[in-house]
Design a protein around this ligand. Structure first.
Ligand SMILES: Nc1ncnc2c1ncn2[C@@H]1O[C@H](COP(=O)(O)OP(=O)(O)OP(=O)(O)O)[C@@H](O)[C@H]1O
Ligand SMILES: [Mg+2]
Length: 331
């Protein structure tokens, strides 16, 4: 049985840009799918197709049991959407914005009012509730937009970069709200640039690049695919980098990478803590002073970099040197 969000072969072209190039998705009910991908990968386009805002050129999608192309009204009634660009009416107050959404969804005035008050409270907007939204900060608008998407607690939610621009406290707050929603049975498709967020919230992750899903799985599965443990060493002196590289290469099961400016060397290994102890002894025996050493498992950031970096590399292969300093492109 297809999940609460199901897509097969979605294609969407804008001029000569293939924003979606055959996207398949399947999100079981009550779970969270994290859609990850670099800028321009097609995440927003996918969300817009699934929420009936955009007509795909090809493919099929079923959301909450309704066909997106043939039953768009039913789909719209069953979903909540919070967009990358907040859909807030600037000239209404926060409270009025939320009440208006309730009324649009045919709630009674009293119920819409109560729901608005509850959400304003939950999103820490109670103090600003009666100011027009144009006086709100970016983070406040974003929270108001999210609150608006939750007015009718729909069975399927789409959130396009819900926490971009939120400070850590408000991000945490939203994570709690999302967890609560999902434990109540909501199915959620979430796009995010914060891999920590996907790691934290998503049951499954789909990595999108150039309009295609290039990898999918749980966070742990993706990490395991990216490769196992590695030893990371920061040597105290720049002059010791070459010798340290020799030492590490003797222990590694892959290429040792070097970040010159941080004096950090990284090598993939197997053997865990025991191996780490051996590496330390050997470095010591060669008189190499170290500032830091540790065994590191891949993070979702590593997964993302290795997956999407690979694509970029393939294009630039002739002109680029591989390996060294690649991590410098992050952040
Ligand atoms: N309405 C449009 N007209 C023309 N091109 C578009 C349109 N919408 C999207 N695109 C193009 O389609 C591609 C995918 O865009 P999309 O907004 O889906 O990416 P995204 O993954 O959401 O990126 P971001 O992380 O920056 O939000 C991009 O190359 C974009 O320029
Ligand atoms: Mg986007």
């Amino acid at each position: 049985m297809p999940g609460a969000i199901y897509a097969e072969g979605l294609v969407k072209t804008f001029g000569d840009v293939k924003a979606l190039d055959g996207v398949d998705l399947d999100v079981p009910q009550g779970t969270v799918l994290g859609l990850l991908g670099p800028n321009g990968a097609g995440k927003t386009t996918a969300v817009r197709c699934l929420t009936t805002l955009l007509r795909p050129d090809r493919g099929r999608a079923v959301v909450a049991g309704f066909d997106v192309l043939r039953q768009p009204d039913d789909v719209r009634r069953s979903i909540g959407l919070s967009g990358q660009f907040a859909a807030v009416d600037e000239y209404l107050t926060g409270r009025e914005n939320l009440q208006m959404v309730g009324r649009l969804y045919q709630m009674r005035a009293g119920a819409a009012k109560a729901r608005a008050a509850e959400l304003l409270d939950r999103f820490d907007l109670a103090d600003a509730a009666d100011r027009t939204a144009k006086t709100y900060s970016g983070g406040m608008r974003r929270r108001l937009d999210l609150a608006a998407a939750l007015v009718v607690s729909p069975p399927v939610m789409f959130m396009d970069e819900p926490t971009t621009g939120l400070d850590p406290r408000n991000r945490q707050l939203l994570w709690e709200v999302i967890k609560q929603l999902v434990s109540d049975g909501t199915t959620l498709l979430l796009t995010t640039q914060y891999l920590e967020e996907a790691d934290h919230l998503a049951h499954d992750i789909a990595v999108v690049d150039h309009g295609r899903v290039i990898a999918r799985g749980t966070s742990d599965e993706l990490k395991a695919r990216t490769g196992g443990e590695r030893v990371e060493v920061v040597v105290h002196e720049r002059d010791h980098i070459t010798t340290a590289q020799e030492v590490l290469s003797g222990f590694g099961k892959g290429e040792t990478t070097v970040e010159q400016h941080t004096r950090k060397l990284t090598v993939p290994v197997t053997g865990g803590a025991k191996l780490l102890a051996e590496v330390i002894r050997e470095l010591d025996a060669r008189g190499i002073e170290i500032d830091d050493i540790g065994l590191r498992r891949p993070t979702l950031d590593d997964v993302f970099l290795s997956l999407t970096g690979h694509v970029a590399e393939a294009k630039a292969e002739e002109s680029e040197t591989r390996g060294q300093g690649k991590k410098e492109t992050v952040g």
